[in-house]
Design a protein. Structure first.
Length: 408
């Protein structure tokens, strides 16, 4: 089973294992317990030094092969793998637990009613106590054989994060289609607004991070979308000790990619959040932008109903307002609250609550504008104040009542 690693690698791994991995926080903690309690707590084996967090959604066909590969390349190290599964319909979580009953190194975190690659990674890392945390995909597109090399670089105490990069010499995005490659390169360029230049592959979903860096940044993470690496590095707001290791992004064999055409939107939201999130919630910006588009839709509908179809003005205005609310709800549900999207019957329930919230918002809007206008405020200013109050109300209340708990 040792055939995957060269003797030289084995030697390195062993040296690493004895010098760093065995000197772990877990054994320090156990030593600090009163002697009488020690034996009760301390197991034969200490806690894992390296946790590999693997987000999964419908990866049943890949779990066994991944665990087997990890076992081969990490032989001799104290490692564990934590699968974080978002209740995959294909039963990935059940399969992982089956394996976990046989192999103590395998663990499963199952999330119900949630989706999201980034948040899955964060929760997996928080479920671990290991001082070194790796994140990798569960579809074998990331080569586990790179992990020992990543650990090796961590021997330098200055290094806080090691990134598996497709864009440095020796690495390659082989498994990406040419369209995905173009998108990926564009997104990389955009990301350079928030991450250091020496990070060549901020989109990578394959990296190893020191627990201290996670703990420093975890409360500032946006947790949106799928770019957990970029999120961590941008949230540090200081230069982080960074290294890159080239790797070849392999072609997916079993299952299919979950990242659809809207990843670009999610990515834009993440970059905007890192740039502006300190000043204003990026969801509010998206909500306001969609609201502005809604004004255009409303005026278009009004023109059709009132000017072209000659319906009464009030009827036309009411119809335009109702349809615009549906339009705004649909877009906000698909984009602003993509991660908390309502589907099926819940979509309709959400629509009802959204329309109720916005109706109150409209009353607030007109009320504030009328009051200011009565106080001799210039009409345009009064109107804008009304719109702002209405929009803030709609955003704040719908984020709670329509889409559930907002992110703190
Ligand atoms: N828990 C959870 N929840 N896991 C998810 C979700 C989710 O909502 N969506 C995807 N995953 C898991 C998949 O099961 C897989 O293990 C991993 O996340 C990556 O998802 P893929 O669907 O295979 O992504 P990809 O191959 O298209 O994209 C990969 O390459 C990109 C670079 O081009 C990922 O590594 C991206 O992070 C990376 O940016
Ligand atoms: Mn993949």
């Amino acid at each position: 089973m040792q055939t995957m690693i060269t003797p030289q690698q084995t030697a390195q791994t062993e040296a690493f294992g004895s010098e760093v991995l065995r000197n772990d926080a877990a054994s320090v903690a156990v030593k600090s317990l009163a002697p009488a309690n020690r034996s009760a707590v301390s197991a034969e084996r200490g806690g894992a030094m390296l946790s590999i967090v693997v987000p999964t959604f419908n990866e049943r066909g890949n779990v066994h092969a991944l665990v087997a590969e990890l076992g081969r390349v990490l032989d001799g190290l104290e490692w564990e793998v934590i699968f974080v599964d978002d209740d995959s319909p294909d039963g990935t979580a059940g399969l992982v637990r089956e394996l976990a009953r046989e192999h103590a190194r395998v663990r499963c975190v199952q999330r119900i009613g949630r989706r999201g690659l980034s948040s899955a990674c964060v929760e997996g890392m928080l479920a671990s106590s290991a001082p070194y945390l790796a994140v990798m995909d569960g579809d074998l597109q990331h080569d586990p054989a790179v992990l020992p090399r990543m650990l090796e670089l961590m021997r330098d105490p200055q290094v806080e994060i090691v990134v598996g990069s497709r864009y440095v010499a020796g690495g390659s995005p082989e498994g990406l289609s040419s369209w995905r490659l173009a998108v990926s390169r564009f997104a990389t360029w955009m990301g350079s607004a928030v991450v250091p230049r020496d990070l060549h592959d901020p989109m990578s979903g394959f990296f190893l991070v020191r627990r201290s860096l996670l703990e420093e940044t975890v409360r500032d993470l946006s947790g949106m979308g799928f770019k957990i690496l970029l999120d961590i590095v941008a949230s540090a707001r200081r230069p982080v000790g960074l290294r890159e290791v080239p790797f070849v992004f392999r072609t997916r064999v079993a299952g299919e990619s979950k990242l659809d055409s809207l990843v670009a939107w999610e990515y834009g939201m993440l970059v905007a959040d890192k740039l502006l999130g300190r000043y204003v919630p990026v969801r509010f910006l998206a909500f306001a932008a969609i609201g502005a588009v809604g004004v255009g839709v409303h005026l278009g509908l009004l023109t059709i109903a009132y000017r072209m179809e000659h319906l009464p003005f009030v009827t036309s205005q009411a119809m335009a307002a109702a349809i615009t609310m549906v339009f705004n709800y649909w877009l906000n549900n698909a984009l602003t609250y993509r991660d908390q999207r309502r589907r099926g019957w819940k979509w309709l329930g959400g629509l009802a609550s959204f329309m109720a919230v916005c109706s109150v918002g409209a009353v607030a809007n007109v009320g504030v504008a009328a009051y200011l206008f009565g106080q001799r405020t210039q009409w345009l200013l009064a109107a804008i104040a009304g719109v702002v109050v209405g929009a803030v109300w709609n955003y704040a209340v719908s984020s709670v009542y329509t889409w559930g708990r907002p992110k703190a």
